[in-house]
Each structure stands twice: as structure tokens, then as C-alpha cells.
Write a protein that binds this ligand. Sequence first.
Ligand SMILES: Nc1nc2c(ncn2[C@@H]2O[C@H](COP(=O)(O)OP(=O)(O)O)[C@@H](O)[C@H]2O)c(=O)[nH]1
Ligand SMILES: [Mg+2]
Length: 476
Amino acid sequence: MAFINKQKLNRLKQKANDLLNRTLDQHVTLAVTGLSRSGKTAFITSLVNQLVNEGNNSQLSFFNVVHQGRFIAAKRVPQKHLHIGRFEYDGAMSAFSQAEPKWPEPTHGISEMRLAIRYKPKDSLLKYASDVATLYVDITDYPGEWLLDLPMLSQTFEEWSKQTSALLSSAPRNAVSKEFLEKVHAIDPFEIVDEQVLADMSQEYTKLLLHFRHELGMSVIQPGRFILPGELEDAPILQFFPFTNFDELDKEAYQNASDESFIGMLRARFIAYKERVVKVFYKEHFTHFDRQIVLADCLTPLNNGPESFADLKMAMTMIMQSFSYGQSSLFSRLFSPKIDKLLFAATKADHVTPEQHKNLAALLDQLVYQTQHNLNYDVIQMKTLALASVKATLSGKSNYKGQSIPVIKGKRSDNHQQITVFPGTVPNKLPEQEFWQKEAFNYIKFLPFQSIGQHECLPHLRMDQVMQFLLGDKMK
Ligand SMILES: Nc1nc2c(ncn2[C@@H]2O[C@H](COP(=O)(O)OP(=O)(O)O)[C@@H](O)[C@H]2O)c(=O)[nH]1
Ligand SMILES: [Mg+2]
């Protein structure tokens, strides 16, 4: 009799277990974005590294499932979409694990990977179950520049051209865009288009955009796809540019211009770009994201000066439109959103001394604050913090003129020398003239400071808080 009961009990246990596993297997799609060089590759590498090596000296005390001893293990599993590039985790890790560790190579376009995280749920649903659940996390890395294109959807070619020409003709962009603007000026808009000329000029425009981003430190780049084309490199759909002389154009002739004319083809490509590139990205990718982290490097623009910083602010406002789910917002009119948690992270916090981190987070908060209040964010939970995906400095105190001051120590990436510095203070709100007149913030690029094994954890700042915010509620 007792034997039968035991068998029955085992069957019941198995049933309960199956049921539990079915109900507790969860999926979350986590999107990671930010403008180029904001630190996406470093961030995803660190996130995956901390999770798959958990237990091996990891520092994740603010991640509840770890803190409470319920984390079992995480591993990489085949990704969801086979047509999307794989995130190069191994390549990035081998850069960090060389004898002379380096930062991973920059990547272009979109990539993906999937993690399976096994953990013990806090409250078991069924008494006899084995209490193990799996959370599948699909991580997508995509360029923040692509989000800069959303506002184009509500513009005509004429409106976009006027706005973009104004940007090209003002400081600091005007210093390098003069030649290009003159060439556009010399075009006869109603002439039959020479596609080669159009391709060459588009290339010139793209070069300008790359220069704005990487030499001048500007953030507003439109079309954003031009500098990170992904699989569309050299496609004619990326070959157009703003037309600069709308004021001199005969309105009716413009309306009637055929697609074979110069202006007609520019307009047709602009329209096709919006439909086939911008909208497609939102439909195929963006609308499927559950959670989003937006990375921002606030320190580089702070170091570059007021124009660069103002540009970052404008770019953040444009990026925020993709998360504005109010009824009358551009986004909601076009797409149905899904994102319920949005994290803004100021990256590379290890470039400043620890007591400045609070200011850094407050500064980023201010950058998104205005939009946050103008728009309706009822459905999204938001948070701002300062982090270092891969900490490349050590912090401490140093004596300066008899006073103890906070310092960071690291290996300069330009000359590979060890230095100890106080890089300066970070303003806790949008800097005003006064800040820029004082000695500029001293941003020094560092190399990762210690070589780590492929299965060791990378040193970081606040990656555990990121995990708690983005995944914690799914692992209760
Ligand atoms: N010190 C420090 N530098 C970082 C960190 N994350 C990124 N960087 C620097 O920023 C550069 C660009 O980062 P990456 O992740 O490639 O940016 P992505 O273009 O957004 O993928 C790296 O090569 C590093 O020099 C960090 O946590 N700490
Ligand atoms: Mg990258």
C-alpha cells in the first residue's frame, strides 16, 4: 500500500514539475542601444560575462536572485533570429583576456544573442516541484543612430532638407560643410539626374556625417543609418542628401518634378528610405523589445565643450521620441509599443572619481528630464544610473598640497603610461556658461587594466543594479 502511494506521489511530483517548468519558463527581449562608442559592446560583454561566470568571484550583490542564493547558472544558447548577426562575445572576451588587454573592436549594425538563466523561484507554486525555472533573455545590440531617424517619419523632404541645411550651416558643422553645400547649390534640380553624381555626393554627405560624429563629437546625425548602414552598405536607398535651395525653387515645378529629375529622385529616395528602412526597423525589431537600456557617454561631450554637449542633449530628445507612448505621439500613431522598463545609463563612470558618480547620474537624468515631463510615460518604468561595464581604473586618495583628494589610477591608452589623476568635477545639472569657462573636464582614455581569464568576471560598477532593474522582477 505504502509502495503504491509512493509511486503515485512520484507521478504527481513529475506532473507538478512539468507544469511548473511550463509556467515558469519566461522570455524577455532586452535591447541595448546608444550612439556609436557609447559602450554597447563593452556593456553586453560584461553583462553576459557576469552572468555566465556567476560564482567565480562575481560582484553582483544588488541582484536579488544572486544575493538570495537563488541563482543557479546562466549559459549561452542559440539565438532566436537566424538572419541577424551573432553578438561576438568570444571575440570581445579574447580582447579582454590578452596579456595586454584591449577594448573590443567596434561593431556596426545589429546583433543578437540568447542567454538561458536557471534559478530557484522564491515562492514555489507547487509543493512537490523541483523549484527550478529558466529565464530566456534575448539580447539585441543596435545603433542608437537608428533611433535618430524616427522624427524624419513626420517630415516631408522639403521640411527635412530645410532643417538639415540649417544644421549644416551653423557652428561647428559649417566649418567643414561649406564645400558640400556649394556643390548642392550648383545642382540644376530639374535636370535629368546623373546617378553617379548623386552617389558621389551622397558619399560626400556620409563622410561629413562621420566627421561630425567622430572628429567634432556631434550626436545629431541624420540619417543615422548613413554612418552605420548595417547590411544596406552601398544600397541606393542610402543615396540621397538634403537639398539646400528650397527657397529659390518654383513650388509647382517641384510638385510636378519627375523621379528622373535630380530633385525628384532625391525626394523619391527620401520617401523610400522612410518606408523601407526606418519603418521596417521599427516594425521588425523595435516593437518586439520588452525592455530597453539606452547608454550615453556624457563625459566625452563634457570634455569636448558646449556645442558637443548641446548636440548630445538634442540627440537625447530625438531618441526619447521612440519611447513616448502618449496617444498623440508620433510613435504611438505608427506602431504599437511593448517596452515596459527603460533604463538610462551614463557609461564609463570609472573615468571619474567615485564621489562624482551621483552627479553623473543626475546630469543624465537632466538630459532626459525635460522630455520625460513633456511626454506621457505612464506605461514605462524608468531609471537613470551611472555605470562602468568594464572598470579600467582604480580609485583612491592622494595627497595634494597637504590635502587628501580623491583620485583614479589607470593606464593611458595613448602612451600606455600609468597615471594617477583627479579628472575634474561633473556638473549635476546641465552646465551653464560658467562651467565651460572654467578649466575643462579632463577626460583621459584608459586601457582595461587587468588581463582576465575567459571564465573570470570583469571588474565593473553597478552592473548588478542594471540586472536587478531589467531582470529582477522576472526572477522572483
Ligand atoms: N573606461 C571605460 N571605457 C569604456 C567602458 N565602456 C566602453 N569604454 C570605451 O568606449 C569605447 C567604445 O565602446 P564600445 O563598447 O565599443 O561602444 P559601442 O560603439 O557603443 O559598441 C571602448 O573602446 C572603450 O574605450 C567602460 O566601462 N569603462
Ligand atoms: Mg559596438
